[in-house]
Design a protein around this ligand. Sequence first.
Ligand code: ATP
Ligand code: MG
Length: 425
Amino acid sequence: MNKQINSIRGMHDYFSEDLDIWHKLEKKFKQVLNSYSFEEIRLPILEKTEIFQRAIGNVTDIIEKEMYSFYDKKGNSLTLRPEGTVGCVRAIIQNNLLHKKKLKFWYLGPMFRYERPQKGRYRQFYQLGAEIFGLSSIDIDLEVILLTNRLWKILGINCYLTLEINSIGLQLDRIKYQKELVLFLEKHKSFLDEESKRRLYSNPFRILDSKNLNIQNILKKAPLLNNFINEKSLNRFDNLCHMMNLYSIEYKYNPNLIRGLDYYNDTVFEWKSDLIGAQNTICAGGRYNSLVQELGGIKKSAIGFAIGIERLILLIKSLNIFSKKIEKINIYIIFIGEENKIHAINLSEEIRDIYPKLKIFVSFSNCSLVKKIKHAVESLSRIAILIGPNEIEKKYYLTKELETKKEFYLFKSELMLKINSIFSK
Ligand code: ATP
Ligand code: MG
């Protein structure tokens, strides 16, 4: 036998048990995003490498080690998108949309990062992203929080998610803070693990995210970004917190929440869940008021968020919601004797013409009648139709209701009415 070839590590196939949840999620996402007047945008999966380098920041994890980059036949460096915001910003600049009054977009699709695969962390994963351009007031920050909060409510998972929020001020504030943080961490260098030592001079903010308990302990005495943030940003954040209180949004102020991407300013937030293991952030977002300009557009403030679909599905599965079994097949057609196959095919086509939404399965396998009925029952089909020589001769169909085990001999017109009465309920 030839050696089997498997998929790339960290890249998975998805089957209907996940996709059923996936489709329900998508439906609810669209419903909520629509109600906040977002429009869909579909973006290429490949972009020029330089756009991510310019936007995300050279010392971030994504740029340093997570990008899938390669050269095309002309020697251009291309990258499989690690996230969606950058492509979305490029698209609105390139398509001259910046003058529009309403710029609210959402997208759903695969992202690629060369990370160490583990539960909740994959090399190909899906994100639902949403971006709003053009408004810098905190009303929009609040609207984004309200929107995500509404999503969790509609999915019935709001009590399993916690909102953590912070303000990271402006870049200048963070430069000052970084100096102080590095000075502090240098004093405790012997307690840092290898990863944190590596990050000390490249990306010290990521050390604040460390799961290492020793480091978390040291960090309790570390200087806080909050003390380096300009007055205007601080006021802005206070107002946002006040408004969240008014709208009864529960949140946890997390002064160490800084996010891994360079383009954020002011508001950053994450929705986390304790029920999905160490990779516990399901949704992350924030403001990025300088990215549009950075990528060649005019000055335009922006805010957005992204939801990791696989992590959301992990949560939904752990809670067993959406678990109602769905019929993989509605009508199961069995013919007895090869000569009756044509009648089975004809009948299935006629039913599809009249009832295009039904899932009809004609059993072509040559296993026994008993096995076929067993399969029909396992597939949760509501009815099985049997076509043998007797049925053809008398021009009726033996129809079994699989749940009630009732049997009927029905002429074709009666069968069609029966199907209507069963499936229109
Ligand atoms: P993390 O700290 O978990 O690496 P991040 O800061 O890199 O997250 P973002 O770039 O903000 O994540 O992405 C938004 C969301 O996309 C995350 O909160 C998570 O739900 C999901 N996500 C990010 N990376 C992965 C991955 N490798 N596999 C699965 N989901 C991911
Ligand atoms: Mg990451």
